[in-house]
Design a protein around this ligand. Structure first.
Ligand SMILES: Nc1ncnc2c1ncn2[C@@H]1O[C@H](COP(=O)(O)OP(=O)(O)O)[C@@H](O)[C@H]1O
Ligand SMILES: O=P(O)(O)OC[C@H]1O[C@](O)(COP(=O)(O)O)[C@@H](O)[C@@H]1O
Length: 319
């Protein structure tokens, strides 16, 4: 292996830059050349490729987003698009590729691997929705962002005696809602994995009102459905004015947390080690505090388990 490539794809996630830095520096340390592919699979098909050196990744460990840019590409989902990508990788002399992204990016990586290029996948998504790993890069930072938002909403909700429904990202995964809801002391947490019990939420608002509580925060994961409808129903049944905040892409940016920077550094360096050992089609992850390796197929097929213990606990703590 002489030259490796690095590519970020799908939704960006805080910590991607720290990971790119780790891949570039670990490669150069081991005498490998590194090329950066800009704007995901789309940039690969369109040969948006740059040479990277030690200085290309200077001063980025603390920056959100991805210096390589990210994209979603329909063309790459076709066989034709994938063969275009393989041809470009071969012409550029890229023998191994490290791909930073979520499930979709990994499925694409598997296709590249079947066509002869060595690939290693690194899980990057604020959703933490990949079943084979306890953690994905970006999740810790996004939890921090939501917790900060909860604190701000708590202030203003308390001043006015209002309720607030806070919609957070996560696609069909409730992790971001669950972990930030617990850390922020939300009164109710609504996730796609568990049927919503609106009566229970309404009862909690009424109980809170009785004992003079001035704020009421309900975290709703985006995969649940219409937060505005939920807020209206709460307001109509309790008489407590209930506002809605959709946090949106604010959750995807920002300086990565120390946890994400460390995870990103560790995963990036492990990916380079694997390519040096001529390994391919592997997803890197973390289980019980240890780095783990799974085949990409296994990684994308492992069903995400929802932490029902934490969910039930959150109910006890928000009485
Ligand atoms: N089954 C697939 N085969 C090949 N490429 C895929 C497949 N699924 C997704 N991709 C590629 O990966 C990109 C990123 O996937 P997406 O699901 O949008 O984000 P993420 O990687 O964060 O899950 C897609 O735009 C597409 O180009
Ligand atoms: O930025 P986009 O394309 O609107 O996508 C929004 C989606 O991306 C995410 O932020 C991250 O999802 P992925 O990591 O799977 O790409 C989701 O939480 C959200 O639903």
């Amino acid at each position: 292996m002489k030259t490796i490539g690095v590519l970020t794809s799908g939704g960006d996630a805080p910590g991607m830059n720290a990971c790119i830095r780790s891949i570039v520096r670990s490669s150069i340390y081991s005498g490998l050349k590194v090329k950066g592919i800009k704007f995901g699979y789309d940039g690969l098909i369109n040969r948006k490729i740059i040479d990277m050196d030690v200085s290309s990744v200077a001063d980025i460990i603390h920056r959100g987003g991805t210096i390589l840019g990210s994209a979603r590409s329909k063309e790459f989902e076709t066989e034709e698009g994938q063969y275009k990508a393989i041809k470009i990788l071969e012409e550029e002399g890229i023998e191994g590729l490290v791909l930073l992204g979520g499930d979709g990016t990994f499925r694409g990586a598997h296709e590249i691997s079947k066509k002869g290029i060595k690939v290693i996948g690194i899980p990057c998504t604020i959703d933490n929705d990949m079943g084979y790993t306890d953690l994905t890069i970006g999740f810790s930072t996004a939890v921090g962002t939501v917790v900060e938002a909860i604190g701000r909403l708590r202030d203003t909700s308390s001043s006015h005696g209002r309720g607030n429904v806070l919609e957070v990202m996560g696609r069909n995964c409730g992790d971001l809602a669950l972990y930030s809801g617990i850390a922020g002391g939300a009164e109710s947490i609504v996730v796609p994995e568990i049927d919503m019990n609106l009566e229970e939420i309404i009862e909690k608002v009424n109980q809170g009102k009785k004992r003079g509580k001035l704020h009421h925060i309900v975290i709703v994961a985006e995969g649940v459905g219409d937060s505005f409808k939920i807020a209206k129903k709460i307001e109509n049944s309790t008489g407590v004015e209930t506002k809605v905040t959709v946090l949106g892409h604010i959750q995807r940016g920002g300086t990565p947390s120390p946890e994400d920077r460390i995870l990103a550094s560790e995963f990036g360096s492990s990916a380079v080690d694997l390519l040096i050992e001529n390994k391919t089609d592997i997803a890197i992850g973390k289980k019980n505090g240890k780095v783990i390796f799974r085949t990409i197929e296994e990684a994308v097929e492992t069903k995400k388990e929802f932490n029902t213990y934490l969910y039930e606990m959150s109910k006890k703590l928000s009485i």
